[in-house]
Design a protein around this ligand. Structure first.
Ligand SMILES: [Zn+2]
Length: 233
């Protein structure tokens, strides 16, 4: 398969995917291969607060009063982050833009030639079927002693409910249940739909089949990156 070499210029890549699709793993593979950073709003928020930046202090104040940090602060954190040199060949966006307003802000911002590389955002959504995702999440069991993670469907322990390594009884996280999964999926779909529509309408969106091994999914994502980047450079 003709995949991108390491000299390929990825540009800004937004990775989308419901909880449990393996987005984090895939993002890490791209980060390693292309030597570009992953930019996630969670990390930015924690980093700004830890360094005590002006934005971090503001965010901390809002959060300690029990509110959610607004678009304006998140946008400003991203804008500052994109001015750092390690983003010049591209970056993986994770959890941002989360709203249509953020997507428009980002498009507008990086159209300014001071932001490198001078490429628009391309968006790739890792798609896993509902049933598969349900099994991944409700089948998850963890060993409380050694933290090994099993899946009763795809990666079961040798003896049911018991850790292979230390014989400890496995546990299921209280939110790895079907009702919680259904709620989480609904929230995800509602939140993501406008962002997907935004990139889709401009032809800057592709889906990658996530119902496969990590390696095969990675190839599908890189193929999508190549397709989209050959149209948007
Ligand atoms: Zn164990």
């Amino acid at each position: 398969m003709a995949l991108a070499g390491i000299d390929f210029l990825p540009g800004p890549v937004l990775l989308l995917g419901a909880p449990g699709v393996g987005k984090g793993t895939q993002a890490q593979l791209l980060v390693t291969k292309y030597g570009i950073p992953q930019i996630s709003t969670g990390d930015l928020l924690r980093g700004n607060i830890a360094r005590g930046t002006e934005l971090g202090l503001k965010a901390k104040e809002i959060m300690s009063s029990g509110h959610l940090v607004d678009d304006e602060i998140v946008n400003q954190m991203v804008l500052h982050r994109l001015q750092e040199k390690d983003t010049h060949r591209g970056y993986i966006l994770d959890g941002y833009p989360r709203t249509l307003e953020q997507a428009k802000f980002l498009d507008h911002t990086i159209a300014d030639p001071v932001y490198l590389p001078r490429l628009p955002v391309i968006a790739i959504s890792i798609m896993v079927t509902y049933d598969q995702l349900l099994r991944r999440i409700t089948g998850r069991r963890t060993c409380p002693s050694c933290k090994h993670i099993y899946n009763i469907y795809s990666n079961p322990p040798k003896v049911a409910d018991v850790c292979d390594f230390d014989g400890t009884r496995l546990m299921q996280r209280t939110d790895d249940t079907k009702p919680v999964f259904i709620e989480r999926m609904k929230t995800f779909d509602v939140q993501t739909a406008p962002v997907v529509a935004h990139y889709h309408d401009q032809g800057r969106f592709e889906e990658a089949d996530g119902n496969q091994s990590v390696e095969v999914v990675n190839v599908a994502i890189e193929q999508a990156m190549l397709n989209l980047r050959s149209a948007f450079r």
